[in-house]
Design a protein around this ligand. Structure first.
Ligand code: MLT
Length: 234
């Protein structure tokens, strides 16, 4: 039976062998929630990159460019990292190059995996159904915050582990801890996260609606999957 494990930060990835594994990259607030939203609203491809300059250069290929640092839209880019900027036709039929503080890093550092899919609460069931079919060992790679643990990505890992309980085993405490945390948080995710660092950070930036939006479950069935140098929605 395949297994599911959880890596709490990209800085811990050196402890894991990604070969043959399916990575679920997650950055609930907000990169992967935004990517899922972008595909659900017609984006044709997403190029997650690590640096601002690299992202900017994609404009010469006709891509929309999106950049966020420390929760704030970076100057000189078409879009930031709020999922609401990717609705209302803004990205329909367009490819988007994006760089964020943590989320795009988690994706790019996972390229040694057999497969990388993008997870969020917004497409949780689609991710779980895909992994049940794939039957590869799974590693959830949490984007965290600047290398440190964060609560919201870990809650997603717990929610995914709960969805896979019948079909996957887990030996490591990271998965067990994520599951227990999610079960404690499940009745009211927002209340559970109210004191968390990134929720406070976003609220200090007057970004409230993004938080509630990103905590909704199964709004979309889209599954972003890494294909050589970009994400496409399947
Ligand atoms: C991240 O990449 O860490 C987040 O998406 C930052 C944010 O959008 O607040």
């Amino acid at each position: 039976m395949a297994s599911i494990d959880v890596c709490y930060s990209p800085e811990l990835l050196h402890l894991y062998d990604l070969k043959g594994k399916a990575v679920v990259a997650v950055d609930i607030l907000r990169a992967t929630s935004t990517m899922v939203t972008a595909f659900a609203h017609g984006a044709t491809a997403i190029f997650p990159v690590m640096e601002l300059e690299e992202c900017q250069a994609f404009s010469q290929q006709g891509c929309l460019t999106a950049a966020e640092r420390n929760g704030i839209k970076a100057e000189g880019f078409d879009l930031g990292n709020s999922p609401f900027s990717y609705m209302d036709g803004a990205v329909k039929g367009r490819s988007v190059a994006i760089t964020t503080t943590n989320g795009t890093r988690a994706i790019r550092l996972s390229e040694a995996a057999e497969e990388i899919v993008i997870g969020s609460f917004l497409n949780l069931k689609r991710v779980a159904d895909h992994l049940k079919q794939l039957q590869l060992d799974v590693l959830v790679v949490c984007a965290g915050w600047k290398g440190m643990f964060n609560l919201e990505d870990t809650l997603f890992a717990g929610a995914l582990a709960e969805s896979l309980l019948e079909d996957f085993t887990f030996e490591n405490d990271a998965t067990l801890a994520s599951l227990h945390l999610y079960r404690a948080a499940k009745p009211d995710l927002f209340a559970f996260l109210k004191e968390s660092s990134h929720v406070r950070r976003l609220q200090n930036l007057d970004i409230h609606q993004d938080i509630h939006y990103c905590l909704q479950h199964d709004l979309y069935e889209v599954l972003p999957v890494w294909q050589h140098d970009k994400l496409i929605g399947v």
